[in-house]
Design a protein around this ligand. Structure first.
Ligand SMILES: *Cc1c(COP(=O)(O)O)cnc(C)c1O
Length: 399
């Protein structure tokens, strides 16, 4: 196919090719690629750190789900050097990969652990969030058998997410029984905010009040938690009262605003771009149907470029006839349905355009840019989902 990216031709210097490259052969390796700007990630982390420091809070950046498509190990290694409290993950396997890569930071399991992985929790030196009593039982007996003392755990309370965590009543019962788990150090308590990206929703303040009242009750009973956390990116940005002494930003670290708001509060830079090259261009007369289902007919004599990006690459089919891409710094519409491995773009507005020319599907080209929020909106999705898909399904190049 014409216009494929040859890695040897790739213009940027100093990039790293991650393991993903091994999935492709080097000759004409990949048509499409995701660029991750590590300096943007570092910048965003510092922005969060500066604000957190004012509130006396430490940072637990969240790198689950392949660091939202940005690369678990690459981002984990970068953040490991940045004086964070620790990293938030959701799988034991993620911990294994991070430890293998030399990441020494605390690793926090956001959603507990499968009981048969208890040995890994200890071996990999993890701090589990606890959502079920069985986790306390199994962890305590494992620690007793191995002679481990003071294994830290954070109890999760559900204050309105309706997902994981103990109810207030259950939490209080557990704390009354905490002598039953003498090997464990109940060093933290946490919860999660379901509507913080809608800051005017009164539920947010109600939730913080109910979390506070649990904390007050705990402290009256003489239970002291060293680490208290509830804020995701949106909670951190919009609610100072949600910061406590530890915060768990994910999305913001990657330079994206939850719910698309907060630009006036933090200056974040998006880290991910998605690019390709034109595979072929054809001149067609007016009234030519384009693609599966003939959902688009040219209105005039047109030039149609084929770009080797499809839904298999995470460019969701719901973007058919909706997305725009950048070519020569100009917005051009995607026309017809997005295929598995191709999409069509009307490039009639460009004066000279050739196979091999760069196509930006996400990110900046010249003075124009396409944001993840724009794409997500056009796809009927959210930034999180699109970043996960694009980052996981494409070769990642680190700048
Ligand atoms: C994913 C996750 C976060 C991060 O949320 P963002 O909206 O990406 O900042 C924080 N806490 C928990 C428990 C999570 O699962």
């Amino acid at each position: 196919m014409g216009g494929r990216l040859l890695l040897q031709e790739y213009p940027h210097q100093g990039h790293i090719f991650p393991k993903a490259i091994q999935r492709f052969n080097m000759q004409g390796a990949c048509s499409n690629w995701v660029e991750i700007d590590l300096s943007a990630i570092r910048h965003n982390l510092h922005v969060f750190q500066d604000v957190a420091m004012e509130s006396g809070a430490r940072l637990m950046p969240i790198i689950k789900s392949e660091a939202y498509g940005h690369g678990l190990v690459e981002i984990g290694r970068l953040l490991d050097q940045e004086g964070i409290w620790g990293l938030g993950i959701s799988e034991i396997e993620e911990a294994r990969l991070l430890r293998q890569a030399g990441v020494a930071s605390s690793l926090f399991l956001l959603s507990g652990f499968p009981v048969d992985a208890v040995g890994e929790v200890i071996r990999l030196n993890l701090i589990p969030g606890i959502c079920r009593i069985v986790e306390l039982n199994i962890l305590n007996s494992y620690c007793a058998r191995k002679g481990v003392k003071g294994q830290p755990v954070h109890l999760k309370v559900d204050t309105g997410m309706g997902r994981l965590g103990f109810s207030r009543a259950r939490f209080l019962e557990i704390m009354k029984m905490k002598a039953s788990w003498p090997r464990l150090d109940f060093s933290g308590i946490y919860s999660h905010m379901p509507v913080a990206d809608m800051p005017s929703d009164p539920f947010n303040m109600a939730q913080l009040m109910s979390f506070n009242s649990i904390l007050t009750e705990a402290s009256r009973a003489g239970w002291h938690f060293r680490w208290i956390h509830i804020a995701n990116s949106a909670g951190f940005i919009h609610f100072e009262a949600a910061r406590y002494n530890l915060v768990r930003p994910g999305l913001g670290i990657y330079g994206v605003y939850p719910g698309g708001t907060g630009q006036d509060i933090l200056d974040l830079r998006p880290a991910m771009s998605f690019k390709s090259r034109i595979a072929d261009i054809r001149r067609v007369p007016a009234d030519t149907p384009i693609g599966y289902g003939h959902t688009f007919y040219t209105k005039r004599p047109s030039r149609i470029a084929v770009v080797p990006v499809g839904y298999d690459d995470g460019f969701m089919r719901s973007l058919s006839n909706r997305a725009e891409v950048l070519i020569h710094g100009t917005r051009c519409p995607v026309v017809g349905r997005i295929c598995m491995k191709a999409l069509m773009v009307d490039v009639s507005c460009l004066s000279s355009v050739n196979s091999g020319d760069e196509v930006v599907l996400l990110g900046r080209q010249g003075a124009e840019s396409i944001t993840i929020d724009e794409l997500a909106q056009r796809a009927g999705s959210i930034s999180y989902e699109l970043m996960c898909l694009l980052g996981r399904l494409n070769l990642r190049i680190y700048l």
